[in-house]
Design a protein around this ligand. Structure first.
Ligand SMILES: Cc1cc2nc3c(=O)[nH]c(=O)nc-3n(C[C@H](O)[C@H](O)[C@H](O)COP(=O)(O)OP(=O)(O)OC[C@H]3O[C@@H](n4cnc5c(N)ncnc54)[C@H](O)[C@@H]3O)c2cc1C
Length: 418
């Protein structure tokens, strides 16, 4: 047991709220550079379903810079090498990853529990890395306005103060730190929902992401490790609520009409509990830093599912946050302006990707009859022009100016696995 747990007050350099991809990567990088880090995670473990599992080439590029790429690729995963668009079963167009990033011509599908557990296993013996599960943040500590840590509550309703020089909110799209700190959203876009479920893969395993337009609803399929397909039904805002009012049998009938591949799954469905709805929201926090406090990942810049890029963006921000926090601690300046460097570095890329996603969202979620007719032609045209390659390259590859400093790099531990 962590010696420090006996006390009701814990002191650390940096407390990171949230053990998702953003919090884990930041925690690892700081601990690697000998900064004392405590991650608090409200869940009991890393089990989670339907979370960012497609990891784009840029994620692997970042892991490569951190010296972790072969460790990550030694984990169980499926590869996704191309994307294809279909209209009522007819192929309209396609894109292949090798066209925009020849050196890493695939995305990987790694279940998030496996990825996060692997990060944890990698770091758990570090004397600088501490993690508390089942610890939910209930309040921020402040001293003269500056954030000085958090109050956490454990499963047994016991409260502990974690005092820290820097408090990081990496607690996702419903961030408690964002709410408790009074951080304001600059913009939010919510064009609709994606309703997820899993089906068995067809006999020939697929390494292709597919987008289908049908008379009922558009849907996408993604290969999911080890032998599943994850299906996402794309619904305009408000439609999911109407569907639930119409009843499960009506929705099942629609799905059955959309694809015979759904039939075996539909035989097991008796209620809406078989589906996992995701609000396709894009959010951008106006100012990510306050004195002593910083938001990263989805807490600062939640992206829509368009492009499956949330994890990649989140960990890129973590990398910049690690450098910034390290420098701020060394300068003994954890003011909003010092921590605000993270937003200065990440701002233009995040806004650019959000703009692309919001345009994609208008194209995918809008069910206007004229747009329904034109959409296949737009998509076919889009995939055949160099614009598609340029847009996808921008989204899927790591910005050229991201270079991780040596002190945060890990020795490749791929051999440690197993
Ligand atoms: C259905 C779905 C599918 C997605 N698909 C993809 C995809 O294919 N590819 C992709 O790149 N992205 C995808 N995303 C987005 C991706 O999951 C997120 O962008 C990414 O996980 C953000 O990482 P994060 O660490 O910032 O936040 P999160 O992953 O949300 O992690 C936040 C963590 O904070 C913890 N927490 C929350 N509140 C508290 C609290 N009060 N105290 C302590 N801990 C707390 C949570 O338990 C969680 O572990 C998907 C998202 C969803 C919902």
């Amino acid at each position: 047991m962590d010696e420090r747990e006996k006390s009701e007050v814990v002191e650390t350099d940096v407390v990171i709220v949230g053990g998702g991809p953003a919090g884990m990567v930041l925690g690892m990088m700081l601990a690697q550079a000998n900064v004392e880090v405590t991650i608090v995670e409200s869940q009991a473990n890393f089990d989670r379903e339907y979370r960012g599992e497609v990891l784009q080439p840029r994620f692997l590029q970042l892991m490569e810079q951190l010296g972790m790429r072969s460790y990550i690729e030694s984990l169980p995963h499926a590869q996704v090498r191309a994307g294809t668009f279909f209209q009522k079963g007819r192929k309209l167009g396609e894109f292949a990853f090798h066209r925009f990033i020849p050196e890493i011509p695939y995305a990987i599908w790694t279940p998030q529990p496996i990825l996060l557990q692997a990060y944890y296993d990698y770091m758990k013996d570090s004397p600088h890395f501490h993690m508390k599960f089942h610890a939910s943040v209930k309040a921020l500590l402040r001293d003269n306005g500056r954030v000085t840590g958090v109050v956490i509550e454990t499963e047994k309703k016991e409260r502990t103060e974690i005092r820290a020089k820097v408090t990081v909110g990496a607690d996702g799209r419903f961030s408690a730190i964002r709410r408790l700190g009074g951080f304001q959203l600059e913009y939010e876009d919510y064009p609709g929902d994606i309703i997820w479920f899993n089906i068995d893969q067809p006999e020939n395993p697929q390494d292709v992401l597919q987008f289908h337009m049908t008379d009922k609803y558009p849907y996408l399929t993604l290969p999911k490790y080890p032998n599943l397909l994850q299906v996402g039904i794309v619904l305009g805002k408000g439609r999911w609520k109407q569907i639930q009012q119409e009843g499960i049998e009506s929705f099942k009938a629609d799905l059955a009409e959309m694809s015979p591949a759904f039939h075996p799954f539909l035989q097991t469905v008796t209620s809406f509990r078989s589906f996992f709805p995701l609000q396709a929201k894009t959010q951008y926090v106006k100012e990510w830093a306050q004195d002593g406090c910083l938001l990263i990942g989805d807490a600062a810049h939640c992206s829509s599912p368009a492009g499956a890029i949330g994890v990649s963006l989140a960990v890129t921000t973590s990398a910049i946050a690690a450098e910034t926090i390290y420098d701020s601690l060394n300068k003994n300046d954890v003011s909003a302006s010092s921590l605000g460097r993270v937003q200065q570095v990440r701002d233009s890329e995040i806004r650019m990707i959000h703009r692309i996603q919001m345009r994609m969202g208008r194209m995918l979620f809008n069910r206007h009859p004229i747009l329904n007719k034109l959409r296949p032609y737009f998509l076919a045209l889009f995939t055949r022009t160099p614009i598609a390659t340029t847009v996808l390259r921008k989204m899927m590859t790591l910005p050229k100016d991201i270079h991780i400093d040596e002190r945060f790099r890990f020795k490749d531990k791929s051999s440690r696995k197993g």
